[in-house]
Design a binder for this molecule. Sequence first.
Ligand SMILES: Nc1ncnc2c1ncn2[C@@H]1O[C@H](COP(=O)(O)OP(=O)(O)OP(=O)(O)O)[C@@H](O)[C@H]1O
Ligand SMILES: [Mg+2]
Length: 374
Amino acid sequence: MTHDQVVIVLTTAAWSGGVGLIGGVVVWLGRRASVRWLTVGVASVAVLSVVAGTLATARAMFISGHDLGVIGLVAAVAGLVALLFALAVGSALARWSRAIREGARAFGESGEYVASPGGPAEFSELSDELRRTSQKLAESRDRELALEQSRRELVSWVSHDLRTPLAGLRAMTEALEDGLADDPGRYHAMMRAEVDRMVRMVDDLFELSRIHAGVLRLSPQPVALGDLVSEALAGADSVARARGVRLGGEVEQDVLVTADPASLSRVVSNLLMNAIRHTPADGVVEIRGRAVPDGVELSITDACGGMKEEDIPRVFDVGWQGSSARTPDHVDGVGGAGAGLGLAIVKGIVEAHLGQVAVANHDPGCRFLVTLPA
Ligand SMILES: Nc1ncnc2c1ncn2[C@@H]1O[C@H](COP(=O)(O)OP(=O)(O)OP(=O)(O)O)[C@@H](O)[C@H]1O
Ligand SMILES: [Mg+2]
């Protein structure tokens, strides 16, 4: 590089740099203005720094007066074009961002995001993100509606389910009162069974409301899964026998789980009773327990013939029951004509233990899988 060139570079750098610096400050101060003015600001800084550099080198007499006039004219026209271009780009940016803003506002009002603003990648990304959020919101809203619906159904079903045994009790007490009952002993047994059923239902409701209120008190302690399952099996044995259902399966030896014993028993017996109730005579209900890397896994497989795919996401909802479960007056001693609370309680208890419960079809029936941290 010749000496002159070095001087030109340094002079231009100093002057253009100065303009750039001042421009930077001005753009920074105006950073809250519309993007339209920011692009114009950037273009102006670019043009002005060229002009400043040119003027400085002219003053150092590297450029003649005539040439300076030509350069000035070129700079003016080019600068005007650049400014117009910047204004156009800035306006387009402002328009795209306005489309997103309006889409977001409509999203807030209608809950659905529909805008597709176009523009640079960042805008499309932002827009895609809003669309995903809107989908997620829609899903949770649907879920909320379904829950609300099942809660409403629950109230009507529970009142129905309580009214039926109450009407039966009234009829039986009246018959006893009037001395019309030819076999009072049988009436007493039936009354006892009805009362037990109502007590169970009220207990379930109470348990569920404690789970939902978050006041379920757990006293976790190491529990031998094998013993707990054996007890549940023993408790369910008479019912299974009465229905001709065979109980099987096994739990790996010495599997320990930290859990509240009473609550966990309730989980196992609810699942077991459901499985027995939905398994036809001669079917098999299998319960298996094993240690897995991050805890223990308990599976209960029945021979219910499979659940409808659309029912699977709803079985754990409060008050939800499959269509065949709501047959009035069918008392089978297995919590028949229940209220659809059993699985909601199971889920509540398992989640209070930081575990998970899921169900899937598994020939010849369905399988409930409970995982609990060790
Ligand atoms: N093992 C199973 N096999 C097939 N269907 C099942 C099974 N367990 C539950 N279900 C279905 O899920 C529904 C909800 O079960 P859940 O235990 O919550 O209520 P319920 O047994 O009907 O009444 P409750 O348990 O309150 O006495 C049942 O009505 C049934 O349709
Ligand atoms: Mg049940």
